[in-house]
Design a protein around this ligand. Structure first.
Ligand SMILES: Cc1cc2nc3c(=O)[nH]c(=O)nc-3n(C[C@H](O)[C@H](O)[C@H](O)COP(=O)(O)OP(=O)(O)OC[C@H]3O[C@@H](n4cnc5c(N)ncnc54)[C@H](O)[C@@H]3O)c2cc1C
Length: 292
């Protein structure tokens, strides 16, 4: 088994990267649908794909199952996500060893969200408090891991201020993170001003912008409320004007995302990360639009 290339080396190639994010399905039928979507997406040759880590229960096992499928069966460079939620240090160390033994060399290291119904995160016994501690644990255990971390252009909802949030981001990079993937945003100015603030602080690692093409007004309003991302009035008005007709909403969402990505890349972003919700269509349409 050949270990994956570190994603940091891909950034060093100095061309815009394309990455796609999958989530672990709840059941076998969902895994089949994902396998189909991912094999269709081979056509657009993403530089890497990532697989999210659930808040608990069986979907966590499926992160491993889906990551292995994407790596071993379909040949993608895969970055499984890992969070601190519900894990002791010893469990995280075991998971790190397992991920490493399976040939993965890239992990998205996160704290994770507080459990549903709770607004504060509390670590488990002998667990970790913040993502920078997870970065440290993983790097100590396997120095050849290449770690991504989350960044929040509009501030993480729990952070006291933009400054304290940047302090937290700096700690993750100081602990060994090689790149940052951002939370979704719809206004590129938000991204560029975040990058500028990071650079002024001396955070110099690549900052990959996270883009989510809108698929439904209700769904996106739920996501943005949860993660604190703002929705430009121009986009909101367009979506409201469609009366939530799914096909029209998808067209508007793709049109917006395409404009965003074109401008990001033109202005020097190191690529883009697509939150694709396990669907191939949007990513294919965007890749076609960008090829023009
Ligand atoms: C690209 C991306 C992928 C994601 N994937 C997943 C996933 O797969 N599974 C999942 O459950 N969630 C995922 N999330 C969501 C993420 O888990 C949540 O946003 C979570 O609330 C914060 O995680 P973090 O790693 O950014 O935490 P941290 O960097 O630890 O920050 C959490 C909060 O604590 C603050 N903070 C950090 N350090 C300190 C300190 N020392 N003292 C005081 N305050 C501090 C920060 O400012 C922030 O407000 C993802 C987010 C992003 C951006």
């Amino acid at each position: 088994m050949t270990p994956d290339r570190p994603i940091a080396a891909l950034f060093a190639g100095n061309r815009p990267l394309r990455s796609l994010e999958f989530f672990p399905p709840k059941d076998d039928a969902g895994v089949e649908a994902l396998r189909h979507a991912a094999s269709v997406l081979k056509r657009i040759a993403p530089d890497f794909v990532s697989v999210t880590y659930g808040a608990g229960g069986s979907t966590r096992e499926r992160t491993g199952q889906v990551s292995a499928l994407l790596k071993n069966e379909l040949g993608f460079t895969v970055m499984p996500h890992l969070t601190c939620v519900g894990h002791s240090r010893a469990e995280l160390t075991t998971l790190a060893d397992r991920i490493h033994a399976e040939g993965f060399r890239n992990i998205m290291a996160l704290r994770g969200d507080p459990p549903r119904g709770s607004t504060t995160f509390s670590p488990t016994a002998d667990g970790l408090n913040f993502a920078n501690e997870l970065v440290g644990l993983l790097k100590n255990r396997h120095p050849d891991f290449c770690l991504g971390v989350g960044g929040y252009p509009e501030k993480h909802p729990e952070a006291q201020s933009h400054d304290s949030d940047l302090d937290a981001l700096q700690r993750k990079v100081d602990a060994g993170a090689s790149f940052i993937t951002t939370q979704l945003f719809f206004d590129n100015d938000v991204y560029f001003s975040f990058v500028e603030r990071c650079r002024r602080r001396g955070i110099s690692v690549p900052i990959l912008p996270g883009i989510m093409p809108v698929l439904s007004l209700k769904q996106i309003q739920r996501f943005t409320a949860m993660c604190g991302a703002s929705m430009p009035t121009r986009l909101l008005r367009r979506l409201q004007a469609t009366d939530d007709n799914p096909e029209v909403v998808e067209m508007i969402g793709l049109d917006w995302a395409l404009d965003q990505i074109r401008d990001l890349v033109a202005q020097g972003a190191p690529g883009y990360h697509l939150y694709i919700m396990n669907r191939a269509r949007g990513a294919l349409a965007l890749a076609a639009g960008l090829a023009a």
